[in-house]
Design a protein around this ligand. Structure first.
Ligand SMILES: Nc1ncnc2c1ncn2[C@@H]1O[C@H](COP(=O)(O)OP(=O)(O)OP(=O)(O)O)[C@@H](O)[C@H]1O
Ligand SMILES: [Mg+2]
Length: 471
């Protein structure tokens, strides 16, 4: 049975043992530490879903333990238990970084609720492997039904993300079509996989098709397959992604890019649940759940007659909006620490933490490439760094510059006796202006392009060239 691991520590051994008993009883895998060294080692080497700290808050050293834990705990929520119900103490504990404060005497339910609030739902049946890599989305025991959605590998506690988890939980077990809206890198694919793997269809495949990346004339055969001789080059028959996804889910990414003729064909699959391979005479019944995604404004495309209205209504049954990272800044530190741990372990490094100053820079940056961009920045920083903590100096210059903590680049560029590297200087200026425009447009590229009076494609090319976004 896979359980959620929690760490218990505190000033009173009897109290900690009591909490251990309670939490084990409700299904957690609890570990108790009274030794500082062991606690530190364990926090460094393990992933905990929550820390419960018993604090003797009336004593002079009561809150010191909490302070020490907040410094060490990475992104792990801390539930503080104190021996007073004074609001002041509770507020101080929360200010010091506790996720929740419970006053004694407490009940089992208080602890249970606090743990659930901390995003650690209790599994009563074996479901996820807690150390599962979110990219794999595997279950330890595929035959065991899951009865609760575990946000598992989704990181983010913001209200906006909690709403997303709620929706995923609600829609997973229906067959309704879902559309995921969100800027690049916000986690659209992750949501599609979460829905699939939390649905009854999880024993079958989830098949992704990027409608924007496949040339129009190939997309039809990609989706529906073709029979031998259906067109020049069709030397053998081939099944399409709809057939491959039979019984499972198809993820139509960048659906806004689908051509009008294919839109008609897709509409038919949705309405009649049948399709034919290109050149085929047999009608194939389709039992596939459709999840689509786009970073475009589909309603606008409908108004401009670039997207069929009837199809729009069919795919827009359950819309999920993924908010850009810059609008849910509370998630930035948790995500950054999560990626730090992930890349530490992948690269066998032990970069200790992200300093507060560096974190402030990360918080001030608009993240036009969203979670993916943050992930890439942390990866690069971890790879480049030998040891110690990530400081401002380790972060890419564009991020530091854009977060506004540095003097504007080149303000006083001049040709000195040693001369000046004109190309490099101009490049720096260009990078700065690109970041400024992106910041001003809150990451919306078309708007940034307008501010710079260049077209969007040119902007995207420049961002790519300067490695300014990992999209
Ligand atoms: N909430 C999250 N928690 C952890 N990782 C996340 C989260 N959101 C996104 N990621 C990670 O960020 C990266 C980008 O996510 P994903 O590919 O799902 O985004 P997307 O919206 O499909 O992007 P694009 O539009 O560029 O295709 C992935 O590596 C994903 O695992
Ligand atoms: Mg994607």
């Amino acid at each position: 049975m896979t359980k959620n691991k929690i760490l218990i520590t505190g000033n009173s051994k009897t109290e900690c043992r009591k909490i251990e008993e309670l939490t084990t009883h409700i299904g957690y895998d609890a570990e108790v530490f009274f030794d500082k060294e062991q606690l530190l080692e364990s926090l460094t080497n393990n992933t905990y879903h929550a820390i419960i700290a018993d604090l003797n808050v009336t004593g002079p050293t009561g809150l010191l333990l909490l302070e020490a834990l907040t410094a060490l705990r990475q992104e792990c929520p801390i539930i503080a238990i104190g021996n007073t119900s004074s609001i002041n103490v509770a507020v101080t504990a929360i200010k010091l970084g506790a996720f929740d404060y419970i006053a004694k005497p407490y009940t089992m339910d208080d602890i249970k609720q606090a743990l659930e609030k901390a995003g650690t739902p209790i599994h009563t049946t074996s479901q996820y492997h807690p150390a599962m890599n979110y990219k794999d989305w595997r279950f330890i025991d595929e035959n065991n039904p899951i009865d609760a959605f575990d946000p598992g590998e989704f990181i983010g506690q913001s209200d906006a993300m909690r709403k997303v988890y709620e929706t995923i939980k609600k829609v997973s077990n229906s067959d309704s079509t879902v559309i995921i809206y969100g800027e690049s890198g916000t986690g659209k694919e992750l949501v599609a996989k979460a829905i699939h793997y939390n649905s009854d269809r999880r024993h079958n495949k989830i098949v992704a098709v990027n409608c924007g990346a496949i040339p129009e004339d190939l997309l039809e055969s990609e989706l529906f397959g073709h029979e031998k001789g259906a067109f020049t080059g069709a030397i053998r028959s081939r099944i399409g992604r709809f057939e491959l996804a039979q019984g499972g889910t198809i993820f139509l990414d960048e659906i806004g890019d689908m051509s009008p003729s294919l839109q008609v064909k897709l509409l038919r699959v949705i309405q009649e649940k049948v399709f034919e391979r290109i050149g085929g005479i047999n009608t194939i019944k389709s039992d596939v759940r459709i999840i689509s995604a786009t970073n475009q404004d589909l309603e606008k495309k409908v108004a401009e007659k670039k997207f069929r209205e009837d199809l729009f209504y069919r795919i827009n049954v359950i819309p999920i909006h993924l908010p850009p990272l810059r609008t849910r800044k509370v998630d930035i530190p948790v995500l950054a620490n999560h990626f730090l741990r992930q890349f530490n372990s992948l690269n066998r490094k032990n970069i200790t933490k992200i300093t507060d100053e560096a974190m402030k820079i990360l918080l001030g940056y608009p993240w036009p490439g969203n979670v993916r961009e943050l992930q890439n920045v942390i990866e690069r920083t971890v790879v480049m760094k030998e040891s110690g903590a990530i400081t401002v100096a380790d972060l890419p210059e564009r991020i530091v510059a854009s977060a506004g903590s540095k003097k504007p680049v080149l303000q006083d560029a001049e040709v000195s006796e040693d001369g000046i590297d004109l190309n490099k200087t101009l490049e720096e200026l260009e990078k700065k202006l690109l970041s400024d425009a992106l910041r001003r447009s809150r990451g919306v590229k078309s708007e940034a392009a307008r501010l710079l009076k260049i077209n969007r494609t040119t902007l995207v090319e420049k961002l790519k060239r300067f490695n300014m976004t990992e999209i």
